[in-house]
Design a protein around this ligand. Structure first.
Ligand SMILES: [Zn+2]
Length: 252
């Protein structure tokens, strides 16, 4: 039963996050105006705002002007729903669950805005970091929160060093400022060591995809943020840590 609740809750949040990513990327207010079709300005009724269901019933079109609603809306709603249910499965009802749900939500927003608009929104990362620090302080106390912040600072510094080396080697901007701030956010939740591991996992996921994209249309910028975010979510929900990785390699 809880799985269904977390899935529905997640799909609602996912629907909201897509709106947040789109509006902030366009410098628009999140609250006003209410949800509308970008083509004909038709105001959406409550029954047109039900995650997944509305999209399927309307077959991905606006009820008024029949304009196509991007499939990304449906995908994000389903993926967020699944991730929320998975987080519940991994962390049950705990402080870690609250932090995980915020972590996943912020990263979904990062993925959407970076893929669709090539931008990692500072305000989203800032909001997420502050929120997690406050909640961690309330639920886990000062000592634990301090450790998280130190981890975050180290992760930030490591990525910054990597950028300087990268810029020097490639003689151009290798990593965006958003990727570095992203590392701070990762360090806060998955720790410094796993934030570093996420860079390797992200490279591993990104490499074949980047090859295909570069092959199809040359000289294209590929954002790294979505791959980093996917890697961090994978690390979070699989609960892998440095010990398990070292054990795995040592037993080979
Ligand atoms: Zn319309």
């Amino acid at each position: 039963m809880y799985y269904v609740i977390f899935f529905i809750f997640g799909s609602l949040i996912g629907s909201f996050l897509h709106v947040v990513a789109t509006r902030l990327a366009h410098n628009e207010s999140i609250i006003y105006p209410s949800s509308h079709c970008p083509i004909c300005n038709h105001k959406l009724k409550w029954y047109e705002l039900i995650p997944i269901v509305s999209y399927l019933i309307q077959r991905g079109r606006c009820r008024e002007c029949e304009a196509h609603i991007p499939i990304s809306y449906l995908i994000i709603e389903i993926v967020t729903g699944i991730l929320f249910a998975v987080c519940y499965n991994e962390f049950s009802l705990s402080s870690k669950l609250v932090i995980s749900l915020i972590f996943v939500s912020i990263l979904i927003t990062v993925i959407v805005s970076d893929i669709e608009y090539m931008i990692i929104l500072d305000e989203v990362l800032m909001f997420g970091s502050v929120l997690i620090i406050i909640i961690s302080f309330i639920l886990e106390g000062l000592d634990s929160t301090t450790l998280h912040v130190v981890d975050a600072a180290f992760a930030f510094a490591a990525m910054y060093a990597l950028k300087i080396i990268g810029d020097f080697l490639f003689k151009k901007e290798s990593l965006g400022g958003g990727d570095i701030k992203l590392m701070f956010f990762f360090g806060l939740v998955i720790g410094f060591d796993m934030a570093v591991v996420s860079i390797f996992i992200a490279t591993f996921i990104a490499f074949p995809i980047a090859l295909v994209i570069l092959f199809m249309k040359k000289d294209n910028m590929i954002p790294f943020g979505p791959f980093l975010s996917m890697a961090a979510i994978l690390i979070l929900i699989s609960k892998i840590n440095l010990d398990s990785i070292i054990n795995f390699i040592a037993n080979k």
